[in-house]
Structures are given as C-alpha cells and as structure tokens.
Design a protein around this ligand. Structure first.
Ligand code: GDG
Length: 747
C-alpha cells in the first residue's frame, strides 16, 4: 500500500515541479515535520481539517505559498483504507506520512517523548530506553524519508523540523544524494556526558550529520552537538566556524534563536477585552504545556515561599497558572498532574482567606485572544522552566505588554535567557532566589520596569519568527565551507599525548588508506610523497610499521616494496617481517584447491567488467567497472556461489571478498603480531595506531578498542568502531608525516 502511495506522491510532485519551472522562481521548499500544518479529525460528516495554531505554521505557510513546495508530515490520525486527507485549495502540496496507532505509540510517545525529550532536557533519570521504541523510530524516520525522496525534486531545499526526525536526513541522503538538506532542532541539545547515555546516540548523531546545515537556538546547544560529533563519532570539528567533517561529508552548524509573531500578539493584546479584575489585585502569571521540564512545582514552591517571606503580598497578589494538557498518554505527565493538583491544594489550604485564593490554576487551553489579555494584564510573568530550548511564552508576554509594563522573570536554563537580557534571571531550582525575584518584580519602580520592557520589546519585534525563517533559509542557500585539510599540528593534538615516549607500532591498510582506490588493484600505486613518509616512519628506531592488507602477501610486498616492514596479507592469514615469526594460518592448505575451483565457478558471473582476483587461498570478486545499477544483481549471484563453495562472502569497496570460514581476520592478525613481537603484556610496552578504510578494518578497530588509537578513512556511510574519521588519503599522509618527524624522546 505504501509503495502505491509513494508512486502517486512522486507523480503529483513531478507535475507540480514542471508547472513551477515554467513559471520560474526561487528553489522550492520542502518542510518535513512530525505534524502537518493542520490536524485531520473524523466526525459523522467524514474527515475534516483543523488548522494547527502556532508560530511555526504561520511563519512557514507564506514562504511555501511564495516559493512553492511541499509540507510533509503526519495528519494526526490513522487513516482507514480508502480515506484521503481532505483537499482544501492548497497553494502548495501536502504529503501525509501514514502512521498506525501502534507506531504513534512507540515512535512518538515512546522514543521521541520518553527517551529523547527527557534526555535532551538534561533530565536523564526520566528517560526510558526500549529497543522496540527505537526500532519504531527508525522505521518511521525511514518512511518520512521515503515520502520526501518520492517528491523527486532535486532543486528543493529540504527543511526537517525537530527531534522526532533525527534519522531522516541520513535516509533521505541515501535516496537522493544531491538534496540540500537542512534541520532545525527546537529543544536543547544536551552535553556529551548526557547524550551518550542513549544506547543509540551514535546513530542519532550520524543521522543529523547527513545535513548541509543543522540549526540550534543558542550557541551552547551547537557546541554540545559539535562535542558529541567529535567524541562519539570521531568527526573532525572546527569550533570557530562551527563545521563538522564526518568522513566525506561536511555539515555547517548554525545558531538561529527563534522568535514569535510579535505583531499578531501585540495586536491581539490591544484588541482583547478587559476582564475587569478587582482593584488592587496583582497577578503573577505562568503559562505552559503541562510538562515536567517547565518547572511548575518549583514555581508553586517559590510562590509559597514569597508568601512566607513577604506577608505583605498576601491578599494582594494572585498566582495564575495556566497549564495546557499535554502528552497525557505518558505516565510521567499523569504523575505530574497529580503532583501539581496536590501542591495547589496545599498552598491554597494554607493561605486562602474568605475573599482570596493565592493560586488560580487552570488546567485547559484558552483561545489566543484570551491568552493575549492574560499576558497583557499580568504584573509579572514567571517563566521558570528547568530547561527549555527557547521558550516562546517569555516572548509572547513581552509582545503583549501594551499597557502599564510588567516584569519578566526568566529561568537561566531557558534558551531565551541568552538574548532576553533585561529579564530578571533565576535558577528555577533555587526557591529562595525565585521568591525574592518575584518580590523584586512586584516592588520594582515604574521607570525600571518601563526601560527593561522597552528594550525587550524592541528586540522581539525585530527578531520575530519571520526574521528567523529568513535567516535560516539564507544560511540554507549558502554553500558551506570545507574544513581546512588535516595539518601536522592537528595530528599532534591527537597523537602526542598518547604516544609520549613509548615505542610505536603503526598498522596501515593499503588500498583506500595509503593510495586512493583505483579501477584495478595494479593501478593503486603509492605516491612518491606517501612512499617517502612511510620510509621515514620505518627508519625511526622507535617506530615499527606493519601493512595489513586483503591482497596476497606476495602482491602487497611487491607493491609497497620496502624490506623493513611487517606484512600481513590475505587479511592477516599470512604474516612475515623482521622480528616476527613467519606465519601461515594452519587451515590454509585446505583452501588453496577450493579457491581454485571457486575462481572457476565465479567465471560465470564475470559480466559487464566484473572479474576475479585470485589470491591463493582467498579471492576477491571486483565490480568497480560494472555499471552501478547492475551491481546488486551480479554481487548477489557471486555471493551465493561463494557461500555454496563453503566461503564467507564479505562486502568490500565495489567488491566481494571470499574468506575461508576459519575465524581469522585483521583484528586477530594484529593481536598475533603484537603478542609475537612484544609478548602478552604488549599493551604496557608499546603504543598502537591503526589506520584503515574498509569494513574488514573494523575487525581490527574492534579488537584494539581502548588499547590503541584507530582511524577510519573515507566515506561515512556506516558507523565505525575507530576512534576518529579521516576524510581521505591526504589526511593519512599528514598523519604519517607527523609520526615520521615527531620529536624523539630524550632517553
Ligand atoms: C518547543 C520547545 C521552543 C500555551 N498555552 C496555551 C497556548 N500555549 C502556547 C504558548 C506558546 C506555546 O504554547 C508553548 O511554547 P514554548 O516555547 O513555551 O514550549 P514548547 O511547546 O515546549 O516548544 C521550546 C519551541 O519549541 C519553539 O522552537 O521555544 O523551547 O520546547 O506559543 O502560547 N496557546 C493558546 N492557548 C493556551 O492555553 N492559544
């Protein structure tokens, strides 16, 4: 069913692209968000659309109308067989992503809201890690990507919204490699030490790093993200220019503090009727979704403390808390609701008189004009989240201050605190400080209130949501820079503290590591500079160099041609070199004949440029010269032949390796060399570096994890167990040159 749906999306998209091209204009925009800009509901009359309120929808809608494009998202309910999202004279395309109730349960309420939400708000004790939720999150992200790719418009800018869709960029990149992909993260990005608690943190980071541009509200979140990319994925990071290089991909990271529809709120506040409150009644206002990140219990505690410390406010000041029901399917939210009910009851019971209740608590949502009046009439806004990406309530309050100016009290832990500098700041966990801030706000003189509020209003009027969209899309249109090539200085930062004055053993893969991959292995020759660097490393008496290759040992010895090195051929099944006992895996004899017959069998799939490299007991089936479209079929047949002959087929770069199933690989070979050469306590005597570019090197990365520094070179399609990523062979050369020229220890 999904396939048919995707085809129809693709056909529709093609038609619309043609119309737009003929009309000329800017590149279209594809917005991808968990929800569409409206919610579909089912009634007796059939399906209906209700527009979703919110600044993002109002800001993006005109851009989509002007540039053309598509909004991709979930409609808000599970459509039944034959049902379609109702059309409504849309001026841009709407592409619904079908999700079942079970998927919403795991992907949305589960992984998005019970794992990522608490984790990103630095409340790790509330995060749950359930593999079934994660699998649903992966599946749903893939579906969002499929619908996006089916749009088929390579000239569009794709703008993905928020933490529900962290894996979508990578999946879109796979299906449509040249797309301009951008992402905005609306919630905080937590520090490394918190993000790494998530069992799938690396997959999530890798998902985002497929983007050309990733935006956050404030600098701190951007730096946390760069930190995680560097420390968890081994990406190269340029903090100053906020660039991340992940293998062969580079992403720009940007800071774009979101704003609100300032004029609309101001207007609503001017027009809203006067509720006619009691004379002398002063109001402290809180407005939030009922969410544990918003710090509502702490706020009630602070108000209670105010009444204790400053009894003059009793009977005169009311705390009005509006809490909009939210995520009530999640247990933590139901628990919070109970806690707040009890707290309100307790404080009211303690302080209320016949004519006054200290706390008025509304558990519901109110229409926007009513909300604007509440903002306008509040003497103090108490915006004290425990952590918040930005917080729009603080901004809306400021926009609605059209009469006698009030005072904004703002948590230091909200993103908004970075720009709304004229607010009174508090630590929301500090009940005393918050109570004193409320007192100070209630007693602040008119002049100070006016000057603080005027500055806040000026800034929010200027930096409204439209300006935010513009600045993001301008950055999205710019092509980002690349990082500086790896320099010896940078290498020194990675290696000097590790090697110190130890002996170094340097393991190097050959193809793709010391030379770029070529059409035929015989063309992959060392450049004179690389050869020189290698020789200089080998000449040092505190450094040993081993080449670990999938080629046969004779071939690799010949092509490198340096007699002083250790060589491991056939993925380590054969080892030779100074100081190492000559090694051939015992089982190899059994495989020589079998390999010969396998070579023959494979000749039947040597089509369209595919060929077999015989390497004694093993072989490699190459498809680099085969047109890409035909490769999967040919590889599949070769895979079956290898398995039938009792070999393990393993994917390599444009090739399939036939490995004897004898539990030996580059990892075991490296350990064999280290033990043979330096004894069982080798890790106390030498430092080890391993550089490789291929899946077969992952065995070595895994074996050496924690005991060495490992580098994976080239494309970043899969996760690596290596410590760091290097972009290309030139970076490997910089690494060797630093090693060759490093200062010798003073012995
Ligand atoms: C996420 C991030 C970031 C609340 N009650 C009513 C009502 N609201 C509206 C407010 C405001 C919105 O809900 C809440 O926005 P926040 O920014 O405070 O928080 P999140 O929903 O958690 O949003 C946040 C934001 O994304 C944008 O990037 O700032 O940090 O967590 O607009 O007005 N609206 C109406 N009636 C209510 O009763 N009409």
């Amino acid at each position: 069913m999904l396939r048919g749906y995707l085809d129809s999306v693709a056909r529709q998209a093609e038609k619309a692209t043609e119309t737009r091209r003929s009309a000329g204009g800017e590149s279209p925009l594809v917005v991808v968000s968990n929800r569409l800009p409206f919610t579909v509901t089912r009634s007796a009359q059939g399906l209906e659309r209700r527009p979703s309120p919110g600044g993002l929808v109002s800001a993006l809608d005109p851009v989509l109308r002007k540039r053309g494009g598509t909004w991709i998202g979930w409609a808000g309910l599970e459509l039944r067989e034959g049902e379609r999202i109702p059309a409504d004279h849309d001026e841009y395309r709407i592409a619904g992503v079908p999700l079942s109730d079970a998927e919403i349960q795991r992907y949305y309420h589960g992984f998005s809201n019970r794992t990522l939400w608490p984790l990103c708000h630095s409340l790790p004790a509330l995060a749950r890690y359930d593999r079934r939720d994660w699998l649903a999150y992966e599946r749903v992200n893939q579906r969002f990507a499929d619908v996006t790719v089916a749009q088929g418009d390579g000239s569009a800018v794709v703008w993905i919204q928020d933490y529900h869709l962290m894996l979508a960029p990578e999946r879109i990149r796979m299906g449509a490699p040249d797309t301009r992909l951008t992402f905005f993260f609306h919630i905080p990005f937590p520090p490394y030490d918190i993000f790494r608690l998530c069992p799938w943190d690396r997959e999530l980071l890798q998902g985002l790093l497929a983007c050309d541009l990733v935006g956050f509200h404030v600098e701190g979140y951007a730096q946390n993200f760069l930190d995680c990319a560097e420390r968890r994925l081994g990406a190269r990071v340029d903090r100053k220019n906020r660039l991340v290089e992940y293998g062969d991909l580079t992403s720009q990271v940007g800071v774009f503090p979101i704003g609100i529809e300032f004029d609309a709120y101001e207007d609503a506040a001017r027009k809203a009727s006067d509720p006619g409150r009691r004379p002398r009644e002063r109001v402290v206002l809180g407005v939030d979704r009922l969410d544990y990140t918003k710090g509502i219990p702490n706020r009630i505690g602070a108000f209670e403390r105010l009444l204790e410390l400053h009894p003059e406010h009793r009977e005169n000041v009311t705390f009005l808390q509006l809490a909009v029901p939210s995520r009530s399917q999640v247990a933590e939210y139901r628990e919070l609701k109970r806690e707040i009910d009890e707290l309100v009851g307790r404080v009211n019971g303690r302080f209320a008189s016949a004519s006054w209740s200290p706390i008025r608590y509304l558990y519901r949502s109110v229409p926007r004009d009513r909300l604007a009046a509440m903002y306008r009439d509040a003497d103090v806004a108490l915006v004290t989240p425990l952590r918040d990406g930005m917080n729009l309530v603080a901004k809306e309050y400021v926009a609605c201050q059209v009469g006698e100016p009030g005072v904004l009290i703002l948590s230091r832990l909200a993103g908004a605190a970075e720009t709304m500098r004229e607010a009174l700041f508090v630590n929301p966990y500090d009940v005393e400080e918050t109570a004193e801030a409320i007192h100070r706000a209630l007693t602040m003189d008119a002049e100070e209130r006016a000057s603080r509020m005027a500055a806040l209003r000026r800034r929010e009027r200027r930096d409204d949501v439209e300006a935010w969209v513009q600045s993001f899309l301008e950055a999205a249109a710019e092509s980002h820079e690349s990082l500086q090539p790896v320099t010896e200085d940078e290498v020194e930062g990675w290696l000097a503290g590790y090697i110190r004055d130890y002996r170094l053993v340097l393991f190097l893969d050959y193809d793709g590591t010391l030379t770029p991959l070529r059409g035929h292995p015989s063309e992959a020759l060392l450049s004179p500079e690389m050869r020189k660097a290698l020789e200089r490393c080998a000449e040092r008496d505190d450094t040993e160099v081993a080449i670990v290759s999938g080629r046969s040992i004779g071939d690799i010895q010949k092509i490198v041609g340096h007699p002083e090195l250790i060589y491991a051929g056939n993925h380590g099944l054969e080892i030779e070199g100074p100081g190492v006992e000559h090694f051939r895996h015992d089982d190899l004899v059994h495989y020589r004949e079998r390999a010969e017959s396998l070579v023959e069998q494979l000749s039947e799939v040597e089509e369209r440029g595919a060929w077999t490299e015989a390497k004694g007991p093993t072989l490699t089936f190459h498809v680099r010269a085969v047109p890409e479209k035909l490769r999967p079929e040919i590889l599949d047949r070769a895979r079956r032949i290898m398995a039938g002959a009792g070999y393990q087929p393993r994917d390599a770069h444009a090739a399939l390796e036939a490995r004897p199933p004898i539990g030996w690989d580059k990892g075991r070979a490296v350990l064999h060399i280290l033990r043979d050469r330096f004894g069982p306590s080798w890790s106390e005597k030498v430092r080890v570096i391993y550089v490789g570019d291929d899946e077969t090197d992952e065995d070595a990365f895994r074996f050496l994890a924690g005991l060495s520094l490992t580098f994976r070179v080239g494309s970043a399609e899969t996760l690596t167990a290596a410590t760091r990523r290097l972009p290309n062979v030139a970076a490997v050369r910089a690494l060797l040159e630093w090693i060759a020229g490093r200062r010798s220890p003073d012995r």
